[in-house]
Design a protein. Structure first.
Length: 270
């Protein structure tokens, strides 16, 4: 591994990667977040992907701090259909049991699967709280923390206030936040960090155009990264900063793009 960044920058990978991991570590991305999104449809494919990551880890030495739990339409922990809500809990538990030998200590969880009518927000929050009172203790028994991710305008959980309401209602000490700066539109980064900074367990660090999520490289959009880094320094944030730009790994020029991503971050004092 190369120590290039002063912060713990990493990369998010799904199951469709094909050997780019050495290029990640060569460019200083020494932390991986592994997506677990295909367990519902193709267990053997996911098993092979996990085995591949573990073999690469032995050679390259990167750390797997986080795993992203499946995002399954109609089967999220805030589902208002009781049967589907209970089944969603079991699906997430299954994903962890299937992959926990990756060694991660944090799972990133979407509070819902999107496209939620605003009139259902409160009911969705209550269903999520009910689910987490089951799921969070189960995860704690396995040494795992849950990072609830703030989502975009189609979600019922978009702000620090909504996240804190849920965390406080659940009352479990292994429940925190995945701060996705690309998803934040209803409040400023300063407000989010001031309100919920102590609960941030990991971050997703990509850029946007100020109106919609884009998953652009830091520095390619409108986010004030220098200010954001200063705010994180003020709260002594020292956990992972995961770049959710996995789409570039399928491009023929992904080695050049990773170099550009590295250069962008260094130019922003990353």
């Amino acid at each position: 591994m190369k120590k290039i960044f002063k912060r713990k920058f990493g990369f998010s990978i799904g199951q469709m990667f094909d050997g780019p991991l050495p290029i990640l570590t060569e460019n200083g991305f020494n932390y991986l977040e592994v997506g677990l999104r295909l367990i519902a449809s193709n267990r053997e494919f996911l098993k092979n992907a996990i085995d591949f990551v573990l073999e690469e880890q032995k050679k390259l030495g990167f750390e797997i701090k986080t795993a992203h739990l499946p995002i399954i339409a109609d089967y999220d922990l805030s589902n208002l259909n009781e049967e589907k809500r209970l089944e969603a809990i079991e699906k997430q538990k299954e994903a962890i049991e299937f992959s926990k030998h990756l060694g991660y200590s944090i799972v990133v969880l979407h509070p819902d699967s999107g496209k939620i009518p605003e009139e259902d927000y409160e009911k969705r929050h209550n269903a999520l709280i009910k689910s987490l009172k089951d799921f969070a203790p189960w995860c704690r028994e396995r040494g795992i923390k849950i990072a609830l991710e703030n989502l975009t305008q189609v979600s019922s959980v978009q702000t620090s206030k909504e996240l804190l309401k849920i965390i406080e209602a659940v009352g479990e000490d292994n429940l925190g936040i995945c701060f996705d700066v690309n998803h934040l539109f209803k409040e400023t980064h300063r407000e989010f960090i001031k309100n919920a900074g102590k609960y941030i367990l990991t971050m997703h660090t990509t850029d946007n155009d100020g109106e919609l999520e884009k998953h652009w490289f830091p520095g390619d959009g409108v986010i004030n990264w220098r200010e954001l880094f200063e705010l994180l320094d003020e709260i002594n944030y020292d956990s992972t900063m995961i770049c959710e730009c996995a789409n570039i790994l399928s491009k023929p020029n992904y080695p050049d793009e990773l170099v550009r991503l590295k250069d962008n971050i260094l130019a922003l004092n990353g």
